[in-house]
Design a binder for this molecule. Structure first.
Ligand SMILES: Cc1cc2nc3c(=O)[nH]c(=O)nc-3n(C[C@H](O)[C@H](O)[C@H](O)COP(=O)(O)O)c2cc1C
Length: 475
């Protein structure tokens, strides 16, 4: 049964023990970021809950973070599937998209504020990297634009800097669907209509942060994921459609060929992303539900919601490419959260031929050129989600002069500060070139037996763990 909206999904999370309500009043200008950070740091990934800040000082709108990706299990609840079905679920939705259904009205239009009344400062937009970000940022906007010629829609999540009551700075990097729309309009010297959706059925967030083929309507893929069309309503002031049950929608236009300094912003790499000349969004209308909920993505230093969400979708598509399209005996793919789900890639392989580890590296790098600056290939006995196990393979299955490949002149991980100084502009081509290292950490010959207690002894101890005096929940 698909989720009707964000509220229904929050109820589901709460019922599953995956939502932590925080009744203590919090300051949006430092505390939401700090509490989210400590929660991500302290609570191990499998148990991390989404956070519901019920009382935000000075605002009557609550804030939620971690709702799509505090953990893999939350992501799977959003997709309504098991972890091993994620790839299939995405594949099916892309093969069988369900176009949105236009309806005449919906809760998102319960309150409509036009022109000077459309003041974004009534929203509890958090400040994330205090004293370094120049302003509060909307991090979880699902930004809807349309191609000026084909009218094909794009939905993408791009950061928005609060610049004034009716002015937002919008950073869209050069690869994104939304950027093509703005550039086309800029050439035609016409404004780009934009709708920013904040808070909706979780699959809309998932399609918004996922790279889908350019000719696909993300809302139709969202329909495919939920098995039912997304109901949409027409915007009030722009020729676009938005989910009828969204919490909040900000409507506006990007003026043609006008740019303003935006950023720096604390990025998914854990470093400040550079200041850039970005688009300006002039707000002309805000619509919202009664008693709306403001959703934010927690980003900055990994682990974060941003790296968790990115890793799951990316791993699924990369696995499909290697295992199904190329037919390689790949068992699993892990884009580590510490590498922002981009820089550090571990792949496990049931090796049947000595060339396969390098074939796998090349397959991964050509399919996802920006990922895997560090790519490690291990045998299938290594748990790729266990950093100790991966480091063990690196330590004792690798001879550096034989097993390491360095590939110069490859695509860079976006915003990787190691590959160009921060004052080199974002648009400079040198920022887009990087080398890669591939490490074949598989066994190349017969190895001695591993030195661990027999499996049955370990199983017995696991079963009787508490009898050794360890408190419940430690294992
Ligand atoms: C929390 C979060 C913040 C993001 N911020 C930006 C951003 O500011 N600019 C950008 O170009 N991409 C950003 N992205 C990445 C895009 O959302 C992602 O690449 C998506 O596929 C873009 O959609 P599109 O392919 O339809 O353009 C962000 C992703 C996440 C998860």
């Amino acid at each position: 049964m698909p989720y009707a909206d964000l509220r229904v999904f929050l109820t589901k999370l709460e019922a599953c023990g995956k939502l932590r309500r925080i009744p203590k009043p919090v300051d949006k200008d430092w505390e939401i970021a700090a509490v989210s950070k400590i929660a991500f740091e302290r609570i191990p990934e499998p148990r991390r809950p989404a956070l519901f800040f019920e009382r935000v000082q000075g605002f009557d709108i609550p804030v939620v973070t971690g709702v799509l990706g505090a953990s893999r299990s939350i992501y799977c609840l959003a997709l309504e599937c098991d972890p091993d079905e994620v790839q299939e679920k995405w594949g099916e939705a892309e093969l069988h998209p369900i176009p949105p259904r236009l309806i005449s009205d919906g809760p998102v239009h319960e309150i409509v504020s036009l022109q000077e009344k459309a003041d974004v400062t009534f929203l509890p937009v958090p400040t994330w990297t205090v004293e370094k970000d120049p302003a509060p940022y909307i991090t979880s906007g699902y930004i809807i634009t349309a191609d000026p010629e084909s009218r094909r829609r794009n939905v993408g999540t791009y950061r928005l800097q609060l610049k004034g009551p009716r002015k937002l700075g919008l950073f869209i990097n050069y690869l994104q669907g939304g950027r093509h729309h703005v550039e086309k309009n800029n050439k035609l010297k016409q404004p780009t209509p934009v709708a920013v959706v904040i808070g909706a059925d979780p699959v809309i967030g998932l399609v918004s942060v996922s790279r889908l083929p350019q000719d696909m309507d993300e809302l139709a893929v969202a329909g495919g994921l939920r098995g039912q069309a997304v109901d949409v309503v027409r915007c009030v002031t722009v020729d676009l459609e938005v989910p009828a049950t969204a919490e909040i929608v900000v409507e506006g236009v990007i003026k043609p060929n006008e740019f303003e300094s935006e950023g720096p912003f604390g990025e998914y790499t854990g470093y400040m992303g550079p200041k850039a000349m970005s688009y300006i969004l002039d707000v002309q209308c805000i619509t919202h539900r009664n008693r709306p909920i403001f959703q934010a993505f927690h980003s900055q230093m990994p682990p974060s919601e941003s790296s968790c969400i990115r890793s799951i979708g990316r791993e699924a598509t990369l696995y499909k490419h290697l295992a199904e399209d190329l037919g390689l005996p790949v068992c699993g793919v892990h884009l580590l959260e510490s590498g922002g789900a981009a820089a550090y890639l571990v792949i496990s392989l049931k090796k049947t031929h000595p060339v396969q580890p390098r074939t796998v590296m090349c397959g991964a790098w050509s399919f996802a050129p920006q990922f895997g600056k560090i790519t490690v290939v291990v045998d299938d006995d290594i748990d790729i989600r266990d950093v100790n196990a991966v480091n063990w393979a690196l330590s004792f299955r690798v001879q550096p002069e034989r097993d390491v490949v360095i590939m110069p002149g490859m695509a860079a991980v976006s915003l990787d500060p190691s590959q160009a100084p921060v004052d080199v502009p974002q648009e400079d081509l040198s920022r887009r070139v990087s080398s890669k290292i591939g490490i074949d950490a598989t066994r190349k010959h017969a190895f001695p037996d591993v030195a661990v207690p027999p499996k049955e002894h370990l199983e017995l101890v696991r079963k009787n763990w508490q009898s050794y005096g360890f408190p419940e929940g430690i294992l």
